[in-house]
Write a protein that binds this ligand. Structure first.
Ligand code: GLV
Ligand code: MN
Ligand code: MN
Length: 422
C-alpha cells in the first residue's frame, strides 16, 4: 500500500535507528583497529574494497540502480514507480574511506544514513516526486592520495579524471592502478549527473555542539584548505664529529617549520589553524644528521584572504630558513580549496526541519573538508552535523551517541523529502 492509501503523513516518518546502527557496526568491522572502535580503510586499499563491496551489496539489496564511475564514486539511485527517471535526483552521501587511524562515523554515517533514509521512505510506501540517490565518494580523506575530496571533485568536473588517475600516493602507488586492482574503476561518466540538490549528514568532528549542548549543527559552509608538501635537502653527516656551525640539517629545518607553523596560527589568531601532520626523515638514524626531510603543512581558515596571508608567511619562513641553515627547500601544493558558503535556502531548511523535530540547533562553519563542499559547485547544497564526544575525530576514539546519530538521520530524511518537492 502507498502512503496515500494508508493516510501516512510523510512528515511523521522516522528512520529505524537499530537498522542504521547495525549497518554502522558491520561496516566498522572492515579494517577494524584492534582494541578500539576505530577503522583503517585508506582509499583504494583492500579494506576500502571490502567496505565498498558491502555498501554496494546493501544498495543492490534495496533495489537501487548502482553505478560506479571512472574515479570509483558509487551512486545508488532510486526511481520510484511513476516518477520520471529523467528528473535530477535529490542526492545525499559522503565517503567510506578513512584515515589510517580513523573512527567509525566519519563519512560512513552520511552514506549509511542516506541508505537508511531511502529504505525508510520506500518501506513506508511514500513516493517522492523525484528520484533519490545516495553516493559514496572516492578518496575523501586524501591522506594516501592528495587532494582530499578527490572523488567528489572529479564528480563535479573540478579535476580531470585522467589527472586524478595519475596521482601518485605517499606510498608510491598510483590511483588508476589501485582502482583497477580493487575492481572499482567503473564506466559511469565523470563529471557525473548533476543532482537537483545535495545534503550531507556528518559528525561535527569538533567540540562546538557538545560544548553548547546543541543536538544538530546547521552547517553554513566549509573553511578554506591549503595543503603543501615541503621537501628539505641538507647534507647527512656524522652526529658526533660535525660542528654545529657546519651543519645543513634537514631534521632541524623540519622542526623549525613545525614551530613556525604553530607560531603563525597563534599570531593570526582563530579561526586560523595550522598543522604539520607528517614528517619523514632520511636516513632517520640516531647518529646521522638528516640529509632529507619531507613534511606536510595543512593551513585552514574561513577567510580566504587571511588564508592567503598564512601561505605567504609560510613561504617567507621557508626562504629565511633555507638561507640560515644552508639547505634547499622546495614545495608542492597538494590541495587548495577556497572557503565554501552553502545555499542559504537549504541551510534554512536544515535549521527549520531540526527545530520542527524538537532538536536544538547551532549554526557553525565546518572545520573539516567534506564532499558537500564540492557538490556545492553544481547544485544547492548544505550539511547537517551531529555532536562528537570531546570533539575527537581522525582518532579511533571518535564517538557520537546513538540518539544523536538517529536524530541527524531523521533531520536528513525530512530535509530530503522537502527538497524532493522542489
Ligand atoms: C578531510 O576530511 C579533512 O578535512 O582533512
Ligand atoms: Mn569525513
Ligand atoms: Mn575525515
Amino acid at each position: 500500500m502507498t502512503a496515500a492509501e494508508t493516510g501516512l503523513d510523510p512528515s511523521r516518518l522516522r528512520i529505524d535507528p537499530r537498522r542504521l546502527l547495525a549497518r554502522l557496526d558491520l561496516l566498522a568491522e572492515i579494517g577494524a583497529i584492534e582494541g578500539t572502535t576505530g577503522c583503517s580503510r585508506l582509499a583504494f586499499t583492500d579494506a576500502d574494497r571490502q567496505g565498498r563491496d558491502l555498501v554496494v551489496t546493501w544498495m543492490r539489496d534495496l533495489g537501487l540502480d548502482v553505478t560506479i564511475d571512472g574515479i570509483g564514486n558509487g551512486v545508488g539511485r532510486w526511481v520510484p514507480d511513476g516518477v520520471d527517471p529523467a528528473l535530477a535526483p535529490v542526492m545525499t552521501g559522503s565517503h567510506i574511506d578513512t584515515v589510517a587511524t580513523g573512527g567509525r562515523y566519519d563519512g560512513n554515517l552520511g552514506v549509511l544514513a542516506g541508505l537508511e533514509v531511502i529504505e525508510t521512505v520506500m518501506g513506508a510506501g511514500v513516493v517522492p516526486p523525484r528520484p533519490l540517490a545516495v553516493a559514496f565518494f572516492a578518496n575523501e580523506e586524501g591522506s594516501r592520495f592528495a587532494p582530499d575530496m578527490m572523488g567528489s571533485l572529479v564528480y563535479v568536473g573540478g579535476m580531470a579524471l585522467e589527472e586524478a588517475l595519475a596521482v601518485e600516493g605517499a606510498d608510491g602507488a598510483v590511483v588508476g592502478a589501485e582502482l583497477d586492482r580493487i575492481g572499482y574503476r567503473g564506466s559511469a561518466p565523470c563529471p557525473g549527473l548533476t543532482p537537483h540538490a545535495f545534503v550531507e549528514l556528518h559528525i561535527e568532528q569538533g567540540p562546538v555542539l557538545e560544548r553548547e549542548g546543541a543536538r544538530i549543527g546547521v552547517v553554513e559552509g566549509v573553511q578554506g584548505i591549503s595543503w603543501t608538501e615541503v621537501t628539505i635537502e641538507g647534507q647527512s653527516n656524522h652526529a658526533g664529529t660535525t660542528p654545529m656551525a657546519m651543519r645543513h640539517d634537514a631534521g632541524f629545518a623540519a622542526a623549525r617549520i613545525a614551530t613556525a607553523v604553530r607560531d603563525l596560527a597563534t599570531e593570526l589568531g582563530p579561526p586560523q589553524v595550522a598543522t604539520v601532520g607528517a614528517i619523514d626523515l632520511h636516513p632517520n638514524l640516531v647518529n646521522v644528521v638528516a640529509a632529507r626531510a619531507v613534511l606536510t603543512v595543512d593551513l585552514r581558515n574561513t577567510d580566504d584572504e587571511v588564508l592567503a596571508r598564512a601561505e605567504k608567511r609560510l613561504t617567507a619562513e621557508l626562504d629565511a630558513l633555507a638561507d640560515a641553515e644552508g639547505v634547499a627547500i622546495s614545495t608542492r601544493s597538494l590541495a587548495r580549496f577556497e572557503p565554501v558558503h552553502f545555499d542559504p535556502a537549504v541551510v534554512d531548511l536544515v535549521e527549520s526541519t531540526a527545530a520542527g523535530l524538537g532538536l536544538s540547533t547551532r549554526r557553525l562553519p565546518s572545520g573539516a573538508g567534506h564532499d558537500a563542499q564540492m557538490l556545492a559547485r553544481v547544485c544547492p547544497t548544505a550539511m547537517i552535523f551531529t555532536p562528537s564526544r570531546d570533539g575527537i575525530s581522525h582518532n579511533p576514539d571518535e564517538h557520537t551517541d546513538p540518539e544523536d546519530l538517529a536524530a541527524g538521520a531523521d533531520v536528513l530524511l525530512q530535509v530530503i523529502l522537502r527538497l524532493a518537492e522542489g
